[in-house]
Design a protein around this ligand. Structure first.
Ligand code: G3I
Length: 455
């Protein structure tokens, strides 16, 4: 397979020829520390993830490698706009939910990719412009981020909005033509919809200090100075046969702005230098305390968008390549501890607490994030002195309030007295432990008083 045109451009311009909530997710058990990518990264307070597609979930070799090696997943395609909102206002989260469900069942975290991007837009969005497109885009960000609320450690809120070449400016696109403030509007909408997720700007050809990465650096500095909610920068790192000597310095300069850095789509052209480049990237991330994790863009060479570049860590039979060993060795030696600060969240209404159960049973608390005309409610279910195997939460909505969607729970009713019950992966809650679900609604979320019953 030929290298795609855009990748060739990416490799040329870069001269490539040159992890949430206050921590990277530490998920692997000590049994795998030092012997798997996820386990070794977790030992350093970081994640090591892979891009996946549900079309391969039936492939045993693929799933064996995936489940053994990685502690974070991202949807290669299935959370993009064309997949999640194929018709305007009609959302399809089936495959995205499958990826989240698989990750959660294995104790892996999930990156979200990508809320807004000029590519892979559904046909209906490609045909919009002006305020119709801006409104549709912000609604998309709100609905998707709200659906996955509490389940995504970091979202690529905006993907690839800067131009290649030396301008350091924005790429022309239908989204850019709605006004230069479209990126910050997207970040504000994402924060309102999922206050717990780290919000990232993600791009390629930014794998060193160059005009494009400097344009992004200036945007991040401006956002931080004006309070636009940005938490992280994703450096995709689709690399060729060399790596820019300023790769680590570039990570460090973003970190010095007060954002996390994540290596989000790493793959490296096969060749004599592949293992070295993978190790260099890994060491650079480990050397910067705010570089919280690495994601490779696929599992095996034959899963990769780069075809015959054989750019990944496993061959098509699932065998570990030399590049795998170099990454694992780098993960197992050295590194700077993670020191990321918690993300500043917008004010939310104080939690309304129901009395904790005196003995067994469960209690529910709710936190409401209200905006004009709607809100997202996050409900925490806590088991009492004994583990529970299922739960039901009842609450009564104020008059005029209607639930539009819910996540991590089954729902009956959408107005007045409604009930939520556990889904398959979150029914069992250990003694004193908690799980969370959420819902989005039109109207006002004042005075919610959920009650919990163990089932
Ligand atoms: O699933 C359909 C299949 O049914 C159909 O027969 C076939 C015909 O072309 O297309 C298949 O869909 C393809 C899909 O990948 C799954 O393989 C799409 O055409 C193809 O466009 C899509 O490519 C994806 C590409 O983004 C789209 O721009 C790649 O898989 C994905 O790896 C790539 O990922 C991007 C990141 O999102 C952003 N950064 C760059 C990175 C690489 O381009």
């Amino acid at each position: 397979m030929r290298i795609p045109k855009r990748l060739r451009a990416a490799l040329g311009v870069a001269g490539v020829g040159a992890i949430a909530a206050c921590l990277a997710t530490v998920l692997a058990s000590s049994a795998t520390a030092g012997t798997t990518l996820g386990g070794s990264a977790a030992e350093k307070g970081r994640y090591f993830g892979a891009a996946v597609g549900t079309g391969k979930f039936g492939d045993n070799t693929y799933m064996t490698v995936l489940n053994r090696e990685f502690n974070s997943l991202v949807a290669e395609n299935e959370m993009k706009w064309d997949h999640t909102e194929p018709q305007q206002g009609r959302f399809n989260f089936t495959n995205g939910d499958r990826i989240v469900s698989h990750a959660r069942s294995r104790g892996m975290s999930v990156r979200g990719h990508a809320l807004l991007w000029h590519a892979q837009q559904p046909g209906w969005a490609q045909g919009l412009s002006g305020s119709a497109l801006r409104n549709a885009a912000i609604n998309h960000v709100t609905q998707v981020a709200a659906h996955f609320r509490g389940q995504i450690h970091s979202w690529d809120v905006v993907n690839e909005a800067f131009a290649d070449g030396g301008s350091g400016g924005r790429r022309d696109s239908n989204l850019q033509r709605t006004g230069n403030d479209w990126i910050e509007a997207a970040f504000r909408a994402a924060r309102a919809a999922d206050p717990g997720a780290k919000l990232c700007y993600n791009d390629y050809n930014t794998d060193g200090i160059n005009a494009k990465s400097t344009g992004i650096y200036n945007m991040v500095r401006d956002f931080k100075s004006r309070g636009v909610p940005i938490d992280c920068v994703g450096l995709q790192s689709h690399l060729g046969t060399t790596i820019d000597s300023s790769y680590q310095a570039n990570i460090q300069r973003f970190a010095d702005l007060g954002v996390d850095v994540q290596i989000t789509e790493l793959d490296v052209m096969q060749g004599s230098n592949q293992a070295n480049i993978y190790a260099t990237v890994t060491r650079a991330c480990l050397a910067v305390s705010r570089c919280t994790g690495i994601t490779v863009w696929g599992v095996r060479d034959c899963d990769s968008w780069r075809g015959s570049d054989n750019a990944l860590l496993f061959d098509c039979s699932g065998n570990k390549k030399a590049a795998y060993n170099s990454v694992l060795n780098a993960l197992n030696s050295g590194g700077t501890p993670i020191t990321t600060a918690p993300t500043t969240r917008p004010p939310t209404t104080p939690p309304v607490t129901t009395p904790p159960p005196g003995g067994a049973g469960c209690a529910a608390t709710v936190t409401v994030n209200q905006w004009t005309g709607g809100f997202v409610a996050s409900v925490r279910v806590t088991a009492g002195s004994s583990a529970i195997n299922g739960w039901r939460v009842a609450l009564t909505l104020p008059s005029g309030t209607t639930v539009t969607n819910a996540w991590s729970a089954n729902r009956s009713g959408n107005t007045g007295a409604i009930q939520f019950t556990n889904v398959d992966y979150n029914g069992r809650v250990g003694a004193g432990q908690s799980t969370e679900f959420g819902f989005q609604a039109n109207g006002t979320g004042t005075g919610l008083a959920p009650t919990c019953t163990a089932t």
